[in-house]
Write a protein that binds this ligand. Sequence first.
Ligand code: IPM
Ligand code: MG
Length: 397
Amino acid sequence: MSEEIEAAKKHFENILKEQLERVNRLKKSDQWVDFSQLNPLIIGIIRGDGIGPEITKHAQKILEFLLQEHISKGRVQLRIIEGLTIENRAKAMKSIPDYVLEDIKKCHVLLKGPTTTPRKGDKWPNIESANVFMRRELDLFANVRPVKVPEKCIDWIFFRENTEGAYVLGSRGINVTEDLSVDFKIITTQGAERILRLAFEYAKNNDINKVTVVTKANVIKTTDGKFLAIAEKISKDFPEVEWDDWYVDIITAKLIDPARQDQFRVFVAPNLYGDIITDEAAQIQGGVGTAGSANIGKKYAMFEAIHGTAPRMVEEGRTKYADPSSLINAASLLLSHIGFNELSQKLNMALDICANYERKLKISGREDGVTGEQFTNYLIDTLKDSNLLEKWNKQCH
Ligand code: IPM
Ligand code: MG
């Protein structure tokens, strides 16, 4: 027994040392990259697994279309990053093989298709998720996920902490004995401050008078308690922004309560709660296939769909019917992050028209709908329309 406890203590000691070093790094806060100074600005494209290569191809086509002038002048480069497949990751026994990580770090921002996340009992070794590893390795601390349902007056944006919580050590838990398993959850002052500040700043800069903080601080008293206490502190720097706090269970209910839905605007939450409520929110918007996700750090940023690789679609031969809107939404978030706000807005309007209003072609994920390629061509035709703004104003208001 004491041997097992000693081994667990050693494991815990190592984790604590690493995390305290991490806190020290966080204290030396870096400057945000200025994308306008980069020439060329390199956008890496990672195809991923399952339906990933298919939907990435379509999102890439949209980026090529919108950025054609900048690409031809050499100011922007699209670069395919090869090798982030589950087969290669299993072979290297790494979440991201070293050579792929090197290529990734040579890009400024990334558009990423979904990647397989193995779990115990799969045919793959149970390695850590490539997403979770990448978010930690590139310090992409803010997972920003917008969700809009105009007819219900829903206009939400989620700021999910992306580098701590139940995730940061999710793959480092221990089986102390055959019968006792322990995972770790971590919240640091610096980690909580930076995500909370970003959410409050977003509200302030966009004249939004409401931030909702989601925790389970009544039960998970230490870590969630800290997150909430820091929210209270940060909120004092933003007296013009009202804020409230909800527990994750009741907010999950309130997100589908018509009497409440339009009152929420900006949410901020630790990692796991953010993961759960953003899938729910995406479903309210029309399905996880519709939502894009930005993973933002001060240096790097990665944009992806919020869903996974859809192995069932692949098995059932429905890959070509997969909805690329999620990743195209992510491409729009990417464009606005690197300073092409106008292009991003144009793309949002075209998506609104094609997916929500005009809906000349309907994508359902099945044979009764159009293929991702047909939908993408429809989007491009809509983008080419010189009356796009008028069309959007007429249909979407
Ligand atoms: C997400 C996904 C990932 C997560 C998975 C694929 C590891 O669900 O981006 O929300 O849990 O963060
Ligand atoms: Mg998720």
